[in-house]
Design a protein around this ligand. Structure first.
Ligand code: GAP
Length: 454
């Protein structure tokens, strides 16, 4: 059942234009994905919601956008050159590569039974060369986390903005890891996007702030529509903590393939600031004016994945519903019957939160061979587009159009029919309840704005 759900999400993503296999026409590049027209809107809406909650609606967090390429000393200082690796074994026959941990002490290849190589460390950072000369002196890394871009700018931020503790930096951007076993659609990939906060606190406040951030971010997912019972908090055992962390709790989502990490919230202590101070010779301490003291703040880090969140929101929003059988909606009825456009009495609907829904309103002509209906519907859509994400669509029968809009989570469908020509009213259908109302064309924008913003 759960696996089936994952197949349905992958299929809907492709069918409706959320997520495509990268370079598909060339057979695809494994575990890389492209976001299509609805996918990019959903992803942008998610990032906007995160930025709003974490930057605009707080007064202790500042935004940043650091470069992906950084000085290689950053990764020496951070410990990624020495510590950021997985153990792997290769099959000598089929050449497949496995994470040693996944082999669970097996001594033969799980795919073909061939002999395995010794387990060896494999650094997960992507390497490339800066400039035209490919020698060791020009090696740079694609960042494996956005965090370091914020740590190395700590002094710049203090000088430019003089923030007082506790304060944070927030950043959304791409990160790259040469994962040995990517998979589960967009869950684990080699190129992905992170949403990270580095929150600087007095060391003695670290434990309390860690708890606060776990609570705040757990609630962020719930407030954006994820069902509470599909989320849980999982504190890390000592043995699984990253080399920089004193404590960490994952917020996990109940994906169709099992409970898995959506976001990690860690107490990184003063590890990173001290390491950069050592490597660069610069002073990374904070000066407390009141106490006349210099010290290294601790860092609490909520670190989430954009792609994983998009996947969780898609899974959580996916619904198949039994609805009353369709009746004669093809006739020119002003109010369409509930369930119009649904075959086999079942409709697929993405019940995405209104802030995340890629399209807010679709304007549809009931009869596409009636120029006056088409003209009015197009005019309404043009007008609505000035204030909201609205589309006009006449590429199918009204039943098909409803079905498509439900599948991509469009909040409202506005239908223009023959009667609209006379009474200057249109039918507005709400996605989840499928309730319909006749609204006068000149009040429509106001009506929808009120629904979308309240
Ligand atoms: N700066 C801390 C850090 O990077 P992490 O737990 O390794 O911590 C944070 O990563 C988040 O980034 C994860 O919770 C996940 O959402 C996302 N992430 C990490 N590796 C990923 C991958 N290979 N594919 C997709 N998302 C990934």
């Amino acid at each position: 059942m759960a696996e089936n759900l994952m197949d349905k999400i992958v299929s809907l993503s492709k069918r409706r234009g959320f997520i495509f296999q990268s370079s598909e026409v060339y057979g695809g590049l494994s575990n890389t994905w492209d976001y299509g027209p609805f996918g990019v809107e959903l992803k942008n809406n998610l990032k906007t919601a995160w930025w709003k909650a974490n930057v605009y609606q707080r007064d202790d967090i500042l935004g940043m956008d650091a470069a992906i390429l950084m000085h290689p000393d950053v990764w020496r200082a951070s410990g990624h050159v020495d510590n950021f690796f997985d153990l792997k074994s290769d099959c000598k026959t089929c050449k497949k590569r496995f994470k040693t941990a996944d082999l669970k002490n097996a001594d033969k290849c799980p795919e073909c039974g061939g002999e395995l190589t010794e387990s060896r460390p494999f650094n997960l950072m992507f390497k490339t060369y800066q400039g035209p000369v490919e020698d060791a002196g020009n090696i740079v890394y694609l960042r494996p986390e956005t965090a370091q871009g914020m740590f190395v700018n700590f002094i710049n931020i203090l000088d430019a903005r003089h923030p007082k503790l506790p304060f944070g930096l927030a950043q959304i951007g791409k990160a790259f890891r040469n994962e040995i076993t990517p998979g589960n659609f967009t869950f684990r990939t080699r190129e992905f996007e992170q949403m990270e906060i580095e929150y600087f606190v007095r060391p003695q406040e670290g434990d309390k702030k860690l708890e606060e951030w776990i609570e705040t971010h757990f609630n962020w997912y719930v407030n954006l529509g994820i069902k509470k019972e599909n989320l849980r908090k999982r504190p890390h055992g000592k043995e699984e903590l990253a080399h920089y962390a004193k404590a960490c709790t994952d917020i996990e989502y109940n994906f169709p393939f099992g409970w898995s990490e959506l976001e990690g919230i860690a107490n990184r202590t003063d590890f990173d600031l001290k390491q950069h101070a050592r490597q660069s010779g610069k002073d990374f301490q904070y000066f407390d004016d009141a106490a006349k003291q210099r010290f290294y703040p601790y860092i609490i880090e909520p670190s989430g994945g954009v792609d994983r969140s998009v996947l969780a929101f898609l899974v959580d929003a996916y619904h198949e519903e039994k609805v009353p059988p369709r009746t004669n909606f093809e006739k020119n009825e002003a109010i369409l019957p509930i369930g119009a456009g649904v075959k086999n009495d079942t409709r697929v609907v993405l019940k995405l939160h209104r802030d995340l829904a890629p399209t807010k309103v679709a304007v549809l002509p009931l009869l596409r061979n009636r120029p006056e209906i088409v003209e009015l519907a197009q005019k309404i859509a043009r007008e609505l587009k000035k204030n909201m994400v609205a589309v006009y669509d006449d590429t199918g029968s009204i039943g098909k159009l409803y079905r498509r809009q439900d599948e991509v989570g469009t909040l409202y469908c506005v239908t223009v029919d023959v009667q609209s020509m006379e009474d200057k009213q249109v039918t507005v259908r709400e996605r989840d309840s499928m309730q319909q109302e006749r609204i006068s064309v000149d009040k429509l924008k106001e009506y929808l704005l009120q629904k979308l913003n309240n």
